[in-house]
Design a protein around this ligand. Structure first.
Ligand code: HGY
Ligand code: MN
Ligand code: MN
Ligand code: MN
Length: 410
């Protein structure tokens, strides 16, 4: 039986990113594929039967009822209990965002077997691809495809920074792009979904508790703003003769901060900005910047985006530029299933309940059936950063808590 730390220790060198610090494990990259192989090996060691579905989601099954004779079993996996998370990361991310949930699920299977638990329904550990949306721009792409939460053609045509489409990347890794999209058979197998995740904030530090039960995920979305100006020479173009999109972009970033800071509970971030062509001695012809906006009230999120768009158009016009905003993805505020939450609280007496500002596959699945989350204390309170951390003891408490929840639901 492996501790969570030893499971995570066995992948601690996969996808290290010396230039950024932390880990960069984009979907279908060598690093993420190595992590998929790791998962398949660890699941196989536990006697779980691993399959990859049409959207690239990995499912590791513990299905005692299955005799291998479909005719007599029917689909013994319908309405199963599913747990799991993701293995991909943000650029320069921490070691725990995603992998903690997957490693804890494997450790929880060990604990259930050690306790002599025989599941009354099938149990699966699932790994969802592209949860961060770091390569193709849409967060929770795997669970959105599974549930039909994204148009399959739109997904196929998503492009990464090198112009590779998701269809090409999927094909390169054995998937048939024509089959990407809503998968009712796989969806029918999810009776309840419980995701364990590192807490990506300070809640459990302040509460001095190791584990929390999730209550809700605030609404969030991503928009791309393109500011177009006049590319030119840095040395021969007088200041009064410029239409410099970088100057407009700087105003927009400041306006975004001011607008969000003036709206209680709002969060708005520009974490990625790209001048084109990107030469030191070149006035950019265009600047692309991506805006992440979040708020517990969906109408407020929409109003914030509208205000930001209007301010961006004004700032661009002032600099002789134009601005265009396109939505990349949006998720409304999600409240987890009340009955499933109650079951988690009964399994974990005294565990506090916490909302989160971070999106998860559990949030996408919540629209399709009972879904819930567990969070494990992160003593730095920092995430999407190499400083993200979980103490080994808390990690094992998390796996034990997940095992308690799964045992109660099995
Ligand atoms: O962006 C998020 O909230 C999540 O970490 N994907
Ligand atoms: Mn995550
Ligand atoms: Mn994340
Ligand atoms: Mn020159």
């Amino acid at each position: 039986m492996d501790s969570v730390s030893s499971l995570l220790g066995s992948i601690e060198d996969v996808g290290r990113d010396p230039s950024r610090g932390g880990y960069s494990r984009p979907v279908f990259s060598t690093a993420e594929l190595d992590l998929r192989s790791w998962f398949q090996q660890e699941a196989g060691r536990r006697g779980l039967e691993v399959e990859t579905d049409r959207n690239g989601i990995l499912w590791a099954w513990w299905d005692p009822a299955r005799s291998g004779n479909e005719a007599h079993d029917g689909d013994s996996r319908r309405g199963a209990l599913v747990t799991g998370s993701h293995l991909d990361s943000v650029p320069g991310g921490g070691a725990f965002d995603g992998p903690l949930g997957v490693a804890s699920a494997l450790a929880a299977v060990d604990l259930l077997k050690a306790r002599g638990v025989t599941p009354h329904r099938a149990l699966a550990v699932a790994v969802f691809p592209e949860e961060e949306g770091s390569r193709f721009g849409v967060a929770c792409l795997g669970s959105r495809l599974l549930t039909g939460g994204i148009d399959a053609d739109a997904a196929r045509n998503l492009k990464d920074a090198d112009g590779v489409t998701f269809a090409e990347a999927a094909r390169a890794h054995g998937l048939d792009p024509a089959h990407l999209g809503r998968d009712d058979e796989a969806l029918g197998r999810i009776g309840d979904f419980v995701e364990l995740h590192v807490e990506q904030g300070r809640g459990l530090i302040d509460l001095k508790a190791p584990i929390a039960v999730g209550t809700s995920i605030i609404g969030h979305g991503r928009w791309k703003l393109t500011i177009t100006g006049q590319g030119n020479h840095a040395g021969t173009t007088l200041m009064e003769d410029r239409a410099d999109p970088m100057v407009a972009a700087a105003q927009v970033v400041l306006a975004i901060r001011k607008t969000a800071a003036a709206t209680p509970e709002a969060r708005a971030t520009v974490g990625r900005i790209q001048p084109v062509p990107g030469g030191t001695n070149v006035i950019a012809s265009r600047v692309d910047l991506w805006i992440d906006v979040r708020h517990p009230d969906d109408a407020t999120t929409a109003a914030l985006v509208e205000s930001i768009h209007g301010q961006a158009q004004k700032a661009a016009a002032f600099e002789g530029c134009t601005a265009a905003l396109t939505q990349e993805s949006v998720s409304g505020t999600v409240t987890f299933d009340a009955e499933l939450q109650r079951q988690l609280q009964l399994a974990l007496p005294g565990a506090p309940a916490l909302p989160t500002g971070a999106g998860h596959d559990a949030g996408i699945l919540a629209a399709h059936g009972p879904s819930a989350m567990l969070y494990v204390r992160n003593p730095t309170g920092i995430s999407h950063s190499p400083e993200e951390h979980v103490e080994p003891d808390d990690a094992d408490l998390g796996a034990a808590a997940l095992a308690d929840v799964l045992e109660r639901l099995l």
